[in-house]
Design a protein around this ligand. Structure first.
Ligand SMILES: Cc1ncc(COP(=O)(O)OP(=O)(O)O)c(N)n1
Ligand code: TZP
Ligand code: MG
Length: 275
């Protein structure tokens, strides 16, 4: 399947008064690069209607679209794939119905389930809930130690899910994740696009990706991360430096919380000598 890093799942209970499409479009604009429709209590006809609408939206953004739990609705809506739970039909049965080219994902909560999913031909696995979450009440958290086990052993794509927010994402990434999935942190936010941008920046930094910026008048590729890390990488952190980002000076105590963003213009002015 195509590489992805930020998976966003619908959760209409988190945004009363805003439509599912409006919120998911904001997530897509912020960089969600795979989307799932998850509606646990809708009649099939309504679920299909929503699936078709989200299919159309995701097509416009050229992003894969997955339907939770229902291979038949996934097919009817021309989704790219289905996400199964451990209690759902076996992967082989879903593969039979969906065909070789569609994506089949499956939730896992222990390394034995992850191994079985890999062996049975899943395209990706969900790893979670990493943290306790109201979106999956009653399901015990697997913690970052399971994330570490999967990082060490599993070779198909996998995504960490469950209670993930920009505040704890770095812990999950430090445990070896390179793809994150979120519901409430994104769709429950008044600004889903910003939350997605922030999570993508955190993932890019953990992956050590390069981002294009204009640095002192030249186009450069620099490592994603914080301004502090960038300035350190040039050996300038303890020098008398003024950092000007897109025309505004960033005070030194803000370097740590300022992310390097693709397309930004940065001037680093190094004052030499005293007086
Ligand atoms: C990406 C992803 N990972 C895990 C899940 C959870 O699936 P499941 O265990 O079947 O639980 P429900 O979502 O059906 O309540 C998921 N949907 N997506
Ligand atoms: C569906 C699901 N499966 C494991 S955790 C989870 C819920 C994730 O939602 P949130 O990001 O709000 O914790
Ligand atoms: Mg399910």
């Amino acid at each position: 399947m195509r590489e992805f890093s930020l998976y966003v799942i619908t959760g209409e209970q988190y945004h009363p008064g805003r439509s599912m499409l409006e919120v998911m479009e904001a997530a897509l604009a912020g960089g969600a690069d795979i989307v799932q429709l998850r509606e646990k209590n809708l009649p099939a006809s309504e679920l299909l209607e929503k699936a078709r609408a989200l299919r159309e939206l995701t097509r416009r953004y050229n992003v894969p679209f997955i339907v939770n739990d229902h291979p038949d609705i996934a097919l009817a809506a021309e989704a790219d794939g289905v996400h199964l739970g451990q209690e759902d039909m076996p992967i082989a049965e879903a593969r039979e119905r969906m065909g070789a080219d569609r994506i089949i994902g499956i939730s896992t909560h222990a390394i034995e389930e992850a191994r079985a999913a890999e062996r049975d031909g899943a395209d990706y696995i969900g790893v979670g809930p990493v943290f306790p979450t109201g979106t999956k009440p009653g399901r015990q958290a697997v913690t970052t130690s399971y994330v570490r086990q999967v990082a060490d052993e599993i070779r198909i794509p996998w995504v960490a899910i469950g209670g993930i927010t920009p505040d704890n994402a770095d812990q999950v990434l430090a445990a070896g994740a390179s793809r994150l999935c979120a519901v409430s942190a994104v769709v429950g936010s008044s600004d889903p696009a910003s939350v997605c941008r922030r999570l993508k920046e955190q993932i890019a930094a953990a992956r050590g990706e390069l981002v294009p910026i204009k640095l002192n008048g030249r186009e450069e590729q620099v490592r994603a991360g914080t301004l502090e890390q960038l300035i350190q990488s040039y050996g300038l952190a303890d020098k008398r430096i003024v950092a000007e980002l897109d025309g505004a000076i960033v005070q030194r105590n803000r370097w740590e919380s300022t992310q390097v963003r693709a397309g930004m213009t940065l001037e680093l002015v190094h004052f030499v000598g005293g007086g």
